[in-house]
Design a protein around this ligand. Structure first.
Ligand code: PNS
Length: 165
């Protein structure tokens, strides 16, 4: 694997409920830019999730298992506090379409107010993943649609199990 461009640590925060191929593609590209990338799963207090934080970590670890400089962790509270505690200089986010922009702009600006030393870096989603979100995967799967190219086999297993109840 070629050397990353920067030796810095980056944090890639999200719900990852569940992790999709779109997330995996973004974090893979981030791993080529940064010495270490921490995929940080937001804790259960953040919002209503289909999967527990433990399950979401398990799915993310499985998805990232072949990429040596990615660590998967979870956090509670403010992402900037977590990033500071990890010694990170950058937050990574994926951006799919203009519809993501407003919410992301708000979060990036708030995070800058809270921690001016941290920058948020946006990676544009690949065109084949601009439509993809965890919510649409769950929705289509619940209605019996094929999501096998959108998530890893392990994540699909967990989705199947959840559907069987
Ligand atoms: O995958 P998501 O749901 O878009 O991720 C959103 C997430 C977890 C990155 C965001 O809600 C977040 O950073 N939560 C932590 C709490 C926090 O720091 N809030 C202030 C940011 S404006």
């Amino acid at each position: 694997m070629p050397e990353p461009v920067l030796q810095h640590i980056a944090v890639y925060p999200g719900s990852f409920d569940p992790i999709t191929m779109g997330h995996l593609e973004v974090v893979t590209r981030a791993s080529r830019l940064f010495g270490k990338v921490i995929l940080a799963v937001a804790g259960d207090a953040e919002k209503d999730h289909m999967f527990t934080v433990h399950e979401r970590i398990e799915m993310a670890r499985d998805a990232c298992r072949d990429i040596p400089n990615i660590a998967v962790d979870s956090f509670e509270g403010l992402v900037v506090d977590y990033a500071r505690a990890q010694g990170a200089q950058t937050l990574i986010k994926g951006l799919r379409a203009v519809s993501d922009f407003e919410r992301e702009m708000q979060m990036a600006t708030m995070n800058r107010q809270l921690a001016p030393e941290l920058d948020t870096l946006y990676l544009m989603a690949m065109p084949e993943y601009t439509f993809l979100s965890s919510s649409i995967v769950k929705h289509v799967h619940q209605l019996g649609g094929d999501i096998s190219r959108l998530v890893t086999p392990f994540t699909r297993q967990l989705l199947d199990r959840r559907l069987e109840g």
